[in-house]
Design a protein around this ligand. Structure first.
Ligand code: MG
Ligand code: MG
Length: 256
């Protein structure tokens, strides 16, 4: 059931969103050649706990870490590991919190040192497609309007959208209705009421849209092993214009 949140609930979701946003920025400060993704995970987990929150991914359906760290051809759900980041890699940090009974959930893909022009383009287009999705997330619109906005923007650059995974409602549970696909047709899908809180999270591949699940049952890889980027923000559906709860401001003020 697609159910809007009360303003009191939205305030709690906002507190979570700010913790997650700041956590992503902390991670970003550490992203550099020579650093392991396990170290990035540790930075995130410490920051979340220091802020009185719980890393909601840890133990979620058996997930073994506080964060997802997805490098290069890993689309999402990568395990933090002793993999040492190298110049030219990209790493997506996906972070969730549980605080005062509500959830936070946002993601950002960081370049490691200098990346090539095609990779830079992938990052820029994926992030911009998220904002296209947010623009479409107005009261009275449908989930298909968001998906269409993301997909048409991404495909106009020759990149492709992953279809097997999608955004979602957010509240007491990390994944609530409705599902928010990153592809679709305008005017289709559940209608978005004022006050609905959703995560929009385009996953965009440099090559084909095909993906497969790794043998560990979690990491989603691109079938052609080309790079994939992922950005996620939490918004409240409002009349006229969605209201962002999480933000990349803390990251972007550091120049990443
Ligand atoms: Mg997420
Ligand atoms: Mg999410």
């Amino acid at each position: 059931m697609v159910k809007p949140k009360t303003e009191e609930e939205i305030e709690l979701l906002r507190e979570n969103a700010i913790i997650v946003s700041k956590t992503l920025a902390e991670v970003g400060k550490w992203v550099a050649p020579g650093v392991t993704t396990a170290r990035l995970n540790e930075v995130a987990e410490t920051f979340i706990r220091d802020n009185g929150a719980i890393p909601s991914f840890l133990g979620f359906e058996g997930f073994p870490a506080a964060t997802c760290m997805s490098v290069n051809d890993v689309v999402v759900h990568g395990f933090p590991s002793d993999y040492v980041l190298k110049e030219g890699d990209i790493v997506s940090a996906d972070i969730g919190t549980l605080y005062k009974g509500y959830n936070g959930d946002s993601a950002y893909t960081f370049p490691v040192g200098e990346v090539d022009a095609a990779t830079r383009k992938l990052l820029d287009v994926t992030k911009a497609s998220l904002y296209k999705g947010i623009e479409a997330a107005v009261a009275g619109a449908r989930t298909g309007d968001i998906g269409h906005a993301v997909q048409s923007y991404v495909e106009s650059f020759g990149f492709s959208v992953v279809r097997e995974l999608e955004g979602h409602g957010l509240g007491k549970k990390m994944h609530e209705a409705p599902g928010v696909p990153n592809f679709g047709r305008q005017g289709h899908g559940p209608r978005l009421p004022e006050g609905l809180v959703i995560c929009i999270e385009p996953m965009v591949n440099m090559g084909g849209r095909g993906v497969y699940l790794a043998r560990n049952g979690w990491a989603v890889h691109t079938s052609d092993h080309k790079k994939s980027a992922h950005y996620e923000l939490t918004v409240v559906v409002r009349h006229g214009k969605a209201e962002q709860l999480s933000t990349f401001e803390y990251i972007e003020s550091t120049g990443k």
